[in-house]
Every structure is written in C-alpha cells, then in structure tokens.
Design a protein around this ligand. Structure first.
Ligand code: PLP
Length: 469
C-alpha cells in the first residue's frame, strides 16, 4: 500500500466509523447469526495472490459487520459497558499509525511520561491520596494477577520466583463470593491453587463479605500452618454489584499483616463523582486498586489502571532486566514493562489524555450520574409492574430483576427464555446471572451515547416480551 492508497483507505475507514456510529440505533444490538455462519463465509485457505482493497473492504462490510455485537450501541445494557468515546477512537487511530511498542522509557519517552501524568490525573479524579502511583495494564485480570504475584512474593520473602512453591507452606488468599472469576484465574496462574482461595460469606444490602468471618478465617489458617498472604475485596462485583466494606477489610488485613487488593474494575469510574465514594470508603488504606476506564469512563478497550501504594514491591516481583533491555546513561526513568506481566505494551495513555481533555471530568460525571439515575428509575418502574420482582437493589447503575407470573412452575427457565427472547428481538441487549441460586436478569446502564429514551425503550421491550411469554 503506497502513501496515496494509505490516505484513501484511512479516510474511508474513518468515514465508515463515523457512519457506523451514527447508524447504530437502527441495528440489532446482538447480531442475528448462527454459530459457524461467519466461519463458513470466510475462505478456508489464505490467498496466494494479493487482493484489491475494494474487495477486502466489501467483504468486511458484507461478512464481518453483520456478525458483530455492537458494544457501542446506546441500548447495550448487558455485561458491563466497554465504552469507546469517539475522541478516544481518534486517539487510537493515531496510536495505530505510530504503532510504537512502549515497553521502556527509551522505546517511547512521551508514552511513558504521558502515562505517568494521566494516571496521576485519574488518581486525583478518583480522590485517592498522593501515596498511590500507578500503571496502565491491559486488563483488570492482569492487574489482579500482578497484585496476587506481589502478595505471594512478599509473603514468601521474595523466594517464590526463585525456588517455586514446592516445599513452601500453603499460601492463602481471601475474598467474597462476589469477586470476578479473574481472581480465581490469578490464583491458578500464580500457582497458589484454587483450594487456597478462601471464600468468605457475604450479607447485607450490597452483599459485603463478613469481616468477622474474614478475621476468624485468617486466624484459623495461621493456627493450622497456612500462610495468609492477602485479601481481594470488590467494589461493584460483576454479577449484582457485590461491594465489600473496604475500611473494615483493610483494617482486618492490616492487623494480620496482609496485602489488600481492591477490584473496582467497573465501579471505579463512578468514583470521579464524590457522592459515590462512600461505596469504597477506606480505599486509601489498600495496597493496590484496579479500575477499568475502558468499561464505563469511555477510554477505548483496552485500558485498565492499577494504583499501587508501593511500586517497589511490584517491580521486585515482576521486573526482568536482561542486558538488551537496559537503558544506558539514564537515571530515574520508569520502565512500565517492569510493572506488568507482558513485556510489550501498547501506547494506552493517549486515549485517556484525549478523553479527559475533550470531556473534562465534569462531562464524564454528568454521564455517570445520568446512568445511575436512569437505571434507578427503571428499577422503580419495573418493581411497580405486576409480576416483576427486583432481585438485587441498584448498585450504581446495576440491578437485577425477575419476571414471576403466577402459574409458571419453572421460573428459572422462564427468565432464561425471556432474556433470550429479548436478545433475539435485538432492540436491547441484556444478560442473566444467579442471585441466591435463582436465575435473574441483569440490567446496567452505562453506554456512552445512551439517553433516557434508550432506557425507557428497555422498559418497553422487557414488559412487552414478558407479557408474550
Ligand atoms: N473485575 C470485575 C468486577 C469485572 O466486572 C471484570 C470484567 O467484567 C473483571 C474484573 C475482568 O476485567 P478484564 O476484562 O479487564 O480482565
């Protein structure tokens, strides 16, 4: 591709993106394709001869786009959002054009220094104290893995990486039943073993882990010869927004000399609004915190911030320093690849810089406040409808409900069939979960372009399709 063609197709791609976004409301949120349909539409062998871009682009439109789930659709109410504000897409065009690998300060000084600056902007935006610094990870899963590895190394006096875990006392990590399964995976990958992830029972309005039970479990494990290493608390769990009492968790963990990691992957974005910070009161005492601006804030996927109180222990756990990665003659530089599991890293800070400047914190706060308010109103409306039951109270903009008409014997089946009917209809997109053993339907408002009318449409679709069941 020569420069003229590159210009032509770059402009075409950018224009396509603008038209795509503008037309999203007219598309079904979830595509109407069957498994294997896209696979079968793609040539089974790679082309030997070059093909014209016209043909490639036409196939993209004809084969790929109809098979996409539209995460930027304003009526995407499933999972958690993965918002990509248009301004962050523009930043990503620039990042793709430069295509820098930003593993070390010297492999792109501007990327490193902008990362330092925007992570600190976010620290201020979330109301965190100056003793936190941070890094942009590719995902909350990676950030939690880095935190678990740090817990492991601190507890084993930095011998785990060297000697392995064989022969060491069994480490223990504590969390509630509401943490994301990425925590389980971090425990597997760190070699700690799922049996050593101790689930503390939860209760109360936001299903917080019992801190008395946490305290007792740590003490009992010590008596029995285990090595307690850390606690993973959650703020805004994925299923129904489970939220721990962070201040008390931190207090218990500190008394036992344990590290606390807080997973606020989704809810963290809402902490730019001071009125929501009570949900993580006490977070100042945590050792690390993860939140994903790629979820609710609007920074195009992927963009996950890990705040850390003591980056030295993270670097001591993860840094690799072969000769070919050393930077000669520079003191005091930061090499962010020493703060994360992957060596190679994309330039993720640019989209945050563009986003924060183009919208300002006040613009982003308005969006989040609207989502929380619209979702609360929808929960009230659904709760007043005959045969609907709210099964978990709104935590920020997330709640769950169930349709429970008289005479239906298998309500789990009924609700799973309802969510499938809603998603097949295509006007909105929802997902299911289990609350207290029962199948329920989740709703979260969080899409960057959503309006109150989109949330009203959700009410219309849910009640209309429930009545047809
Ligand atoms: N933690 C919570 C609370 C989540 O909701 C999710 C994903 O939805 C994760 C962690 C994992 O996030 P990631 O995809 O960035 O690894």
């Amino acid at each position: 591709m020569d420069s003229n063609e590159f210009r032509h197709w770059s402009v075409k791609a950018a224009e396509w993106g603008v038209d795509y976004r503008a037309g999203l409301r007219d598309r079904p949120v979830r595509p109407k394709v069957e498994p294997g349909q896209v696979l079968n539409a793609i040539a089974a062998s790679p082309p030997e001869a070059a093909e014209p871009m016209e043909a490639i682009f036409a196939d993209f439109e004809a084969t790929i786009v109809p098979g996409m789930t539209h995460w930027q659709h304003p009526r995407f109410f499933a999972y958690f959002p993965a918002n990509a504000a248009p301004v962050s897409v523009v930043a990503e065009y620039l990042v793709s054009a430069m295509a820098a690998q930003c593993m070390l300060w010297q492999t792109s000084p501007a990327a490193t220094e902008l990362e330092t600056r925007v992570v600190d902007w976010l620290r201020q935006a979330l109301g965190l104290p100056t003793d936190f610094s941070g890094v942009i990870q590719d995902s909350a899963s990676s950030a939690t893995l880095a935190a678990v590895l740090t817990m492991r190394e601190r507890t084993l006096d930095w011998q785990g990486n060297k000697s392995g875990l064989a022969g060491a006392p069994r480490l223990r990590i504590y969390c509630s039943e509401h943490v994301h399964t990425s925590i389980d995976r971090a425990i597997w990958v760190a070699g700690i073993g799922e049996e050593n992830l101790v689930r503390i029972p939860t209760g109360g309005r936001y299903r917080a882990m019992s801190t008395q039970a946490l305290d007792a479990a740590i003490a009992k494990d010590r008596e029995q010869g285990f090595l307690p290493a850390g606690v993973i608390a959650c703020v805004g769990g994925t299923s129904v927004g489970g939220t721990d009492d962070i201040a008390t968790v931190v207090d218990v963990a500190r008394r036992h000399g344990l590290y606390t990691h807080v997973d606020a992957a989704w809810a963290g974005s809402a902490m730019i609004c001071p009125e929501f910070r009570h949900f993580w009161a006490g977070v100042d005492g945590a050792d690390s915190i993860v939140f994903n601006p790629h979820k609710w804030l609007g920074a195009q996927f992927d963009c996950s911030i890990q705040f850390i109180r003591d980056p030295e222990s993270l670097v001591r756990t993860l840094a690799i320093r072969p000769e070919f990665l050393k930077t000669q003659g520079r003191e005091g530089i930061t090499n962010y690849s020493e703060w994360s599991v992957p060596l190679g890293r994309r330039f993720r800070a640019l989209k945050l810089w563009f986003l924060l400047r183009a919208h300002g914190l006040e613009g982003l706060r308005t969006m989040i406040r609207n989502h929380v308010s619209w979702s609360g109103k929808l929960a009230d409306r659904l709760g007043r409808e005959p045969d609907f039951e709210i099964t978990s109270v709104p935590m920020l903009s997330l709640f769950s409900f169930r349709h429970a008409p008289a005479g239906v014997i298998d309500l789990d089946q009924h609700n799973l069939a309802l969510v499938e009917a809603i998603n097949r209809d295509g006007r909105i997109y929802l997902t299911q979960t289990r609350v207290d053993g029962r199948a329920v339907i989740r709703f979260q408002a969080g899409q960057f372009e959503a309006t109150e009318a989109d949330v009203d449409k959700a009410f219309e679709v849910i009640t209309e399709l429930a009545r047809q069941k």
